[in-house]
Design a protein around this ligand. Structure first.
Ligand SMILES: *Cc1c(COP(=O)(O)O)cnc(C)c1O
Length: 412
């Protein structure tokens, strides 16, 4: 069986709606959003869907997160707390703003960070907390917002994997101070590359808008380049595709939720697996379907499961990311600017505690990565696809259980 995939037409809802809007853009002869109307239409509709006053389009999820951090404007050497289980696009921008990533341990079952893990990492230099709603499942926001209020630290929500996921009836991205989204090929909605930033705060809005466009004060009586900023402007071509995709995304999310529910029903009660939860107060949108496998019970690691599923045409990502962010070369070896190791070795941190990463502080993260098996998910999965996936997962699990039992007998 060939499962649809988000890397091509088999698993992407791209068609006449996108083409019609693209045609409008081409015929207009204006491909740049400053002069064009399509990106403006897109972000207006996006803001309306999210019931926020401000939305801006960018060139990627990474650009969106960079914009959010730049809007908060940390001083060099300040700290930003985030998850060690995320895309590097959520971490590199912290260093580009000369701030330091500090990691909170991830929950071993959801892989999201929790208030409990964030609290001990807060210092007087903490300038923001980035909360990633991993795989499309909302993090537990209430206690995180309590910390935010108590210490007056802004929250950036990384919603790249969580379009229209809801926490206590609120869309994620509207609970904290800034919400960031990606439109990369593999996300719920796509323009190939692209991103969105939303906020309710007018002060942050101004810096977000400026940062995306070289901080040039368009429309001001005496415009200037007000501060250091880049060009992260989306093109009208992307805007056209984004607008068409936006009009489909809620349906895509609903389809994903429906087929994920089917898989959960079929796998319920299977020994040795924890299935992703979705409740009325915590609505999962299944960017991916992540299983936590009891590897001790089966006596093999998740790579073995993945390899056997692959033989049956089911691709999965064992461990999701091979290692937590702080073990990647860029952070481990502080490969940043020239030979400086800035901002880790930074005059703005003289006399303060050095930021180092000790794997022993992350038992939840390490346990989660050892056990997680991430199944790609698609709005194009049918009941037949789900049956096929469920049947094969059960067979592979059974195979390893009986193999372990056989081995146990031999040793007796
Ligand atoms: C995809 C993703 C990003 C980065 O988005 P790009 O568009 O690839 O730059 C950041 N954070 C998370 C959680 C993501 O899934």
């Amino acid at each position: 069986m060939n499962l649809p995939t988000d890397s091509n037409a088999s698993g992407r809802d791209l068609g006449k709606e996108e083409l019609a809007l693209l045609k409008e853009v081409i015929n207009s002869g204006t491909l740049n959003a400053t002069k064009g109307t399509m990106v403006k239409r897109f972000i207006k509709e996006f803001a309306k869907e999210y019931e926020v006053p401000f939305a801006y389009a960018t060139t990627s999820g990474t650009a969106s997160l960079h914009t959010a951090i730049a809007a908060i404007n940390p001083d060099p050497g300040d700290e930003i707390i985030t998850s060690p289980v995320t895309d590097m696009g959520g971490i590199a921008p912290i260093l580009y703003q000369n701030a330091l990533p500090v990691f909170a341990d991830a929950d071993p079952l959801t892989l999201n960070i929790t208030a409990e893990a964030i609290a001990p990492k807060i210092t007087k230099r903490t300038k923001a907390i980035i909360v990633v709603h991993l795989f499309g499942k909302p993090a537990d926001m209430d206690p995180i917002m309590e910390l935010s209020e108590k210490y007056n630290i802004p929250i950036i929500e990384d919603c790249c994997q969580a379009y229209f996921a809801q926490y206590k009836s609120k869309n994620v991205g509207t609970i904290g101070d800034i919400g960031c989204f990606s439109l990369q090929q593999g996300k719920h909605m796509t323009t190939g590359e692209g991103g969105i930033v939303i906020t309710k705060d007018p002060k942050l809005e101004r810096r977000i808008r400026l940062f995306i466009d070289k901080a040039w004060g368009y429309g001001d009586p005496k415009p200037d380049h007000y501060f250091l900023a880049l060009n992260y402007r989306m093109t009208e071509l992307q805007g056209a595709v984004a607008l068409a995709q936006l009009r489909k995304v809620k349906r895509m999310v609903e389809r994903r939720r429906k087929t994920a529910k089917m898989l959960t029903e079929r796998l319920q009660g299977t020994t040795g697996m924890t299935l992703p939860e979705t409740t009325e107060d915590n609505v999962h949108v299944y960017w991916k379907y992540a299983l936590i496998v009891d590897t001790d019970l089966f006596g093999v690691d998740v790579n073995a499961f993945s390899a056997m599923l692959k033989e049956r045409g089911i691709f999965s990502a064992p461990r999701y990311i091979q290692k937590p962010a702080f073990m990647c070369e860029v952070l481990r070896d502080r490969k940043t600017y020239g030979r400086s190791h800035c901002p880790y070795d930074c005059s703005r941190r003289k006399g303060e505690k050095e930021i180092t990463y000790d794997v022993n502080e992350y038992p939840g993260t390490m346990k989660a990565l050892e056990r997680v098996l991430v199944l790609p998910w698609s709005e194009f999965y049918t009941e037949e696809h789900v049956d096929y996936i469920a049947k094969n997962i059960k067979e592979v699990m059974k195979f390893y259980i009986s193999k372990k039992e056989k081995n146990a007998k031999i040793t007796i």
